[in-house]
Design a protein around this ligand. Structure first.
Ligand SMILES: Cc1cc2nc3c(=O)[nH]c(=O)nc-3n(C[C@H](O)[C@H](O)[C@H](O)COP(=O)(O)O)c2cc1C
Length: 185
């Protein structure tokens, strides 16, 4: 199986990027026969959705590249920040562009949602919002989601989760998700 993994934040030190990387490493270790593709959200730049721009130029290059990556993947893992209690604008904007592709790469696609936040709630409020547009596009969002609280203290110098219990919880979840995705394939 090919699994696409990314953190839905642009900044270099993103906690969500680190959490997504931990998830990718668990998958790659447990399923060496899989292709676990860890990508950076910032490698898919795109303007704010604008119908006139779309009419003139079609999908922006970054959105088209993300559509291609999603289409190639049998399953997707995304770790998203929480902005003001909900989905960050950049991720929602990417979803909006993706929805304009000729072929919807999210239809029936197994998707695991994670979140990381320096706050006490671990970004879980954003997860409930983030499910909605993905499910509207037909993604099969895994029922269990994962919020990492106190993310600014959660990683060591090698970007690994410091708390072994948290690491074990993440590992269990991503492996369960991999099993779920395999059944849908
Ligand atoms: C515009 C904005 C809104 C935010 N709103 C929330 C919020 O509602 N809940 C929360 O836990 N953190 C919030 N934060 C803090 C983010 O969780 C924090 O910046 C986090 O590091 C972002 O994820 P990243 O590390 O992957 O970039 C907000 C940050 C920004 C910039």
């Amino acid at each position: 199986m090919r699994i696409l993994v990314f953190g839905a934040a642009h900044r270099k030190g993103s906690f969500n990027r680190k959490l997504a990387l931990n998830a990718a490493e668990h998958l790659a270790k447990a399923f060496p026969e899989d292709t676990v593709e860890f990508v950076h959200f910032s490698d898919f730049p795109m303007p704010v959705y604008d119908g006139d721009l779309e009419e003139k130029d079609g999908l922006p290059k970054g959105a088209g590249a993300l559509v291609e990556k999603l289409a190639q993947a049998g399953a997707v893992v995304i770790s998203t920040p929480e902005y003001n209690g909900g989905i960050p604008g950049a991720l929602k904007n990417a979803i909006d562009w993706i929805s304009r592709a000729d072929d919807n790469p999210l239809d029936k696609k197994p998707l695991l949602l994670l979140a990381a936040s320096p706050g006490a709630l671990g970004g879980v409020r954003s997860l409930w919002h983030t499910r909605v547009p993905f499910e509207a596009l037909g993604a099969v969002v895994y029922p269990t989601m994962f919020g990492l609280p106190k993310a600014s203290e959660a990683f060591d110098a090698n970007d690994k989760l410091v708390d072994p219990k948290m690491g074990a919880r993440l590992e269990k979840l991503v492996l369960e998700f991999r099993g779920f995705a395999a059944k849908l394939a």
